[in-house]
Design a binder for this molecule. Structure first.
Ligand code: SF4
Length: 859
């Protein structure tokens, strides 16, 4: 018997090759590696491809970093065929610094995914479902598009829902025909977007660009220069793969930044970057944030010069009417301690910060008023660190110390938030947390300051409406929309009057489709979010039965397709031109372009062309220069040409691409300049802490403590936490249908649910057991669908009252050879929201995807 294990050289090379790909996230893309092996025994020694060119591209859709890179093209000497073989970073890109991640590589691979949709499909079997043969017939895409248009034309505009992000084409289309657009894409951003709108950006303004990734997050973070950061669940597993950000966190750490993390899960981000971690009780981050505000205010440790000059801290508020007092031209009023009267805030040389009440005469009426900072001090006065410790489980001493350290590091201290953190779409109180976070960032003065929150500036990609304003006003949007947006005046006002690209109320779309007959047709403008990345897709599935038409425009036939009447093929993202702003790191005005690496190999149609065809057929006066349906008279849509010309980057998009498809203006960041231009109380804008739109709909204008929506009862005691594998994006088959990424998922137990070992022991559960997760029927009365999953016991779940799930991996579509029947669906466990419940808790109407307790039992 051999006493030493020996591995044959070839097997060793196979393994190291695979491990290298899995870990280094560079090297050749996966299927290329597989196909390369057919040409020789030692692929590392025999180059299978001769590099021909490098095509600039921007990594959109997979995450908002939008790393700029080159797609490296090569020719296979054996066949003479050219194909994309790998990526090469662009060090000049201030976001990526020349890095990219495994998802970017996944895009290279998915160009050649054998399950890509090449033709249009039409259902012949009216019975829908993933277990039913739809009886697909294939069609020419041009014919399928005409049939879809004919179907839409039979309906009233208010009966059509476009489930789509607010890209330029969808916006023009929905506005021109008067149909609802609700967003499956930016739900995660909705809370962030709306609170930023209401505190910072006051749309419409120059921030909102028609960039390729309509991420709706208008600020980036200067992680490189920051000295103190507090992360409320910001360190999700998905961030471990974000090459466009990892390099900035690393730079910050090298510069001595202290990072405090609150998270019930210990992530690899915590291992690598945290200075301190606290296993906070889920849904209680708001209590800690409020206690931090109280500590800073009680000790008068706020950045006084910033709050006086650049915020509404001194603005007077009518304490009975709960609205800010303003001059006729919109300026805030402040109480002048020298002149003992109310004066326009920017004319007042001695504004009072913290006292009152004061009697202010306006229009013959006497109003009792106090400054915002005084009201904030009173509102938060009972939120001591001891109080927050009892709720959150974070030690009181730590909360007080962190608050004071945060204040001392101002203005280089900040709380970053993005997408799926505790201040995102997670809890019914998340909007209050997001508001509290903006107040913390205001108290430190880190907003619009380097080392803090960076605001986009000096660059703009226009919308179609800026190139071709509508000839007559658009028709009214439906009075009653299927996502109930009309019942949420705060967000409805922004969507209808200020920014039509604003995130939708997608957390209520399933409810609207299932419980009402408002919509008769749904058009899913993917790619690439599967139905089962959504919340409670059961309602969408069920509603599909009563729809006259359901259409998906997608790169794959995935689970959603099995509930559709038509599935229309979309191009791969590398088969499209792009122009992107650098939203993640907007320190410098910068544009990066993308050039198609190849023609789409099948009968695909791009979204711009598809939307224009629908628009020309259904609302020609908004889509042509002469009001006809003549495609030759199409309105201008050359946003890229205009953007690069306006920036002085190039004559037009073609010229820009010839010059390398990248432009940057590395001028120094001008602190606080953007706020003055875009904030509230103009002409000199300010950050607003007191949001009177909230008081007008019966909610608090300043954040107050509110517990979670969903209570824990009996066996339903495990708080559902949701994260995402770093190599996945929602339920996108680009990644889940990739055999290597699937294998990495399995090897990292990310097709399992994760539980603390002690919690598992108490339930008599062992590693690898199959378990059933079930909702409390009090919170999910309709269409419950318990989930069966494999259990992974790990101390990464710090608390015993939580389980961790991985988002979007559960696929059923049979044609996806690797993704089919893989994993569970986290979305099935999240109840769709009854708008009447949502209104009571959240004026922004978001999804509350983690506000759920489930039971866990052995299967
Ligand atoms: S971090 Fe990865 S997925 Fe995100 S943009 Fe960069 S390469 Fe693409």
């Amino acid at each position: 018997m051999k006493d030493k294990f020996e591995m044959p050289r070839r097997r060793f090379l196979q393994m190291t090759g695979a491990i290298g790909i899995a870990t280094a996230m560079t090297a050749f893309p996966f299927r290329n590696l597989q196909s390369a092996w057919a040409f020789g025994d030692h692929p590392q020694e025999q180059l299978p491809y001769r590099i021909t060119k490098k095509v600039p591209q921007v990594c959109a859709r997979a995450c908002e970093a939008d790393c700029a890179y080159y797609v490296v093209m090569g020719v296979d000497p054996a066949t003479g065929l050219e194909r994309a073989i790998t990526l090469e970073g662009r060090p000049e890109d201030p976001v990526s610094n020349g890095k990219f991640c495994i998802k970017g590589m996944g895009f290279v691979d998915s160009l050649y995914d054998p399950d890509r949709l090449m033709v249009s499909l039409k259902r012949t079997n009216p019975v829908k479902g993933t277990d039913v043969d739809p009886g697909w017939i294939t069609m020419k895409t041009a014919d399928a598009v005409n049939e879809v248009i004919a179907g839409l034309k039979k309906l009233k505009p208010e009966e059509i829902l476009f489930a789509s992000p607010g890209d330029p084409y969808t916006n023009r289309l929905c506005q021109s025909i008067g149909a609802t657009r609700s967003d499956q894409r930016t739900e995660c951003f909705g809370t962030h977007y709306y609170i930023n709108c209401l505190t910072l950006t006051n749309p419409p303004n120059k921030f909102y660009s028609s960039c390729y990734t309509p991420s709706h997050h208008v600020c980036g973070y200067d992680f490189d220069k920051s000295k103190y950061q507090v992360w409320f669940g910001f360190d999700s597993f998905s961030k471990c793969g974000k090459a466009g950000m990892l390099n900035h966190w690393a730079a910050g750490k090298r510069n001595g930044c202290k990072i405090v993390m609150f998270n019930p899960v210990r992530t690899p981000m915590a291992d690598g970057y945290a200075s301190e971690t606290y296993g906070i009780k889920p849904g209680t981050d708001l209590a800690v944030a409020l206690a931090m505000i109280r500590t800073i205010l009680a000790g008068k440790k706020y950045n006084a010069s910033f709050v006086k000059k650049y915020s509404d801290a001194t603005a007077l508020v009518d304490v009975n009417g709960r609205v800010a007092l303003k001059t006729d031209d919109g300026q805030f009023l402040a109480w002048c301690s020298r002149h003992r009267k109310a004066e326009p805030i920017d004319d007042c040389d001695a504004p009072v910060l913290t006292s009152g009440p004061f009697k202010v005469s306006i229009g013959g009426k006497t109003i009792v008023a106090k400054p915002v900072l005084q009201i904030l001090t009173e509102t938060t006065s009972t939120y001591t660190s001891e109080w927050a410790a009892r709720i959150s489980g974070v030690p009181a001493k730590a909360i007080s110390r962190i608050a004071l350290e945060f204040a001392a590091a101002a203005p280089y201290s900040m709380v970053p938030t993005y997408k799926r953190d505790a201040a995102g779409p997670n809890y019914a109180n998340s909007w209050r947390l997001r508001h509290a976070i903006n107040i913390l960032n205001t108290l430190s003065g880190s907003i619009d300051h380097e080392g803090g929150i960076l605001l986009l500036h000096g660059v703009k990609i226009p919308w179609i409406d800026e190139l071709a304003p509508p000839v007559v006003p658009y028709p009214e949007q439906p009075a009653k929309s299927v996502d109930f947006r009309d019942e949420f005046p705060v967000t409805n006002d922004i969507y209808r009057k200020k920014d039509f690209s604003a995130p939708g109320h997608y957390g209520m779309v399933g409810w609207g489709l299932y419980k009402t007959n408002r919509a008769k047709a749904v058009f899913f403008r993917n790619p690439h979010r599967g139905l089962f990345a959504m919340i409670q897709p059961q309602m969408l599935e069920k509603a599909a039965d009563k729809m006259q038409m359901v259409v998906d425009w997608n790169l794959y036939l995935d689970d959603l397709g099995y509930f559709c009447d038509y599935v229309i093929p979309a191009p791969h993202q590398f088969e499209e031109g792009k122009l992107d702003l650098r939203l993640y790191y907007p320190k410098y005005p910068c544009l990066a372009g993308g050039v198609p690496v190849q023609k789409s190999p099948g009968d695909q149609i791009g979204w711009g062309g598809f939307a224009a065809k629908i628009g020309l057929a259904m609302a020609p006066k908004y889509w042509t220069t002469d009001g006809s349906s003549d495609p030759k008279k199409l309105i201008p849509t050359n946003m890229g040409d205009v953007a690069v010309k306006n920036m002085g980057a190039a004559e037009n998009a073609a010229d820009f691409n010839k010059k390398g498809a990248f432009w940057i203006d590395r001028k120094p960041y001008e602190n606080y300049k953007q706020i003055e231009e875009i904030g509230y109380g103009r002409p000199k804008g300010r950050v607003r802490m007191y949001i009177d739109e909230f008081s007008q709909v019966g909610h608090e204008p300043l954040p107050v403590w509110a517990k979670r929506w969903h209570d824990s009862t009996g066996d339903y005691k495990f708080s559902l936490l949701i994260t995402r594998a770093p190599w996945h994006m929602h339920a996108d088959p680009n990644f889940i249908n990739n055999p290597v990424m699937k294998e990495i998922t399995v090897r990292n137990h990310m097709e399992c649910i994760w539980m603390n070992p002690e919690a598992g022991r108490k339930l008599g559960l062992k590693e690898g057991d199959m378990v059933i997760l079930e909702n409390d029927p009090n919170y999910m009365k309709d269409l419950p669908r318990p989930q069966k999953a494999k259990l992974h016991l790990t101390n990464r779940v710090v608390r015993q009252d939580c389980i961790l799930t991985f988002h979007g991996i559960g696929h059923r579509a049979k044609n996806l050879r690797h993704a089919k029947d893989f994993g569970y669906r986290d979305g099935d466990l999240i109840p769709q929201k009854d708008p009447n419940i949502v209104k009571k808790h959240d004026p922004t109407g978001m999804g509350w995807v983690e506000d759920v307790y489930v039971s866990v039992r052995k299967a």
